[in-house]
Ligand binder design. Structure first.
Ligand code: SAH
Length: 226
């Protein structure tokens, strides 16, 4: 199945908003850390419901915002949630970013980068479209150290890349980024039931659920273009 087929279905089922609700627990902390100045141009890679651009405009006065997504239904939904003329949602693929060299100030991506057909090439594309000093805030919950994410690929038809923390840093450097930081952003909001409620439908033990959300949370790797 293509990105379009898989994620158009998700959009039609309203899962774009569902993801926004869940991802917001950690995404808001990532967005708050971005060094966005008023008027700067932002790209949201794999935008889903498009919440990141709405938030960056409201909180930091970001200028133009482009939300790129391979699923036309996601783009249609995202567009319907805002009438801000500075924000545009575009259908496109991570393989080929529809921007000129140095055209973008900062890039955000949440739970999307690992769907890239060739993630090394996508990093090179990001380094190309970002201006010198521009940043890429790459947030993922699917990665090697997060053992609780390993079975996700079984449920999604689009091939996913599962890098470790080290592999993220190496790939960023290979593509020409400096790695400014890398850390785990915990999800402190998801409700973790009392010990007596386990096992639940999803979790065998409370310890595993705590590890998944409070310890691993979201892996954030921040790249800066020299
Ligand atoms: N960032 C949003 C959505 C995450 S879901 C959030 O945090 O909720 C991943 C999104 O990336 C989907 O909307 C999917 O259509 C898009 N996507 C996945 N692979 C892609 C690719 N190769 N090119 C463009 N978009 C892609």
């Amino acid at each position: 199945m293509s990105v379009r087929e898989e994620f158009d279905d998700w959009a039609a089922e309203g899962r774009d908003r569902g993801m926004e609700d869940r991802h917001w627990h950690t995404a808001k902390h990532v967005l708050a850390r971005m060094p966005v100045e008023a008027g700067e141009t932002i790209l949201d890679l794999g935008t889903g419901s498009g919440y990141a651009l709405r938030a960056l405009r409201e909180t930091k006065g970001a200028g133009r915002g482009y939300g790129l997504d391979g699923a036309p239904e996601m783009v249609r939904n995202a567009q319907s949630y805002t009438d801000n003329p500075e924000i545009a949602y575009l259908v496109g693929d991570f393989d080929e970013l529809p921007f000129a060299d140095d055209a973008v100030d900062h890039v955000f991506s949440m739970e999307a980068f690992y769907y890239a057909r060739d993630p090394h090439h996508t990093l090179e594309e990001l380094a190309r479209v970002l201006r010198p000093g521009g940043t890429f805030f790459c947030a993922v919950n699917y990665y090697e150290e997060n053992v609780h994410s390993h079975d996700w690929q079984d449920r999604i038809s689009v091939p996913m890349t599962r890098w470790s923390r080290t592999e993220y840093r190496e790939a960023f450097r290979d593509a020409g980024f400096h790695v400014a930081s890398q850390d785990n952003v915990p999800d402190r909001e998801i409700e973790i039931p009392d010990e007596s409620e386990f096992p639940t439908d999803e979790w065998d033990t409370r310890r595993e659920m705590v590890e998944r959300y409070r310890t691993y949370g979201t892996l954030l790797t921040v790249g800066v273009v020299p």
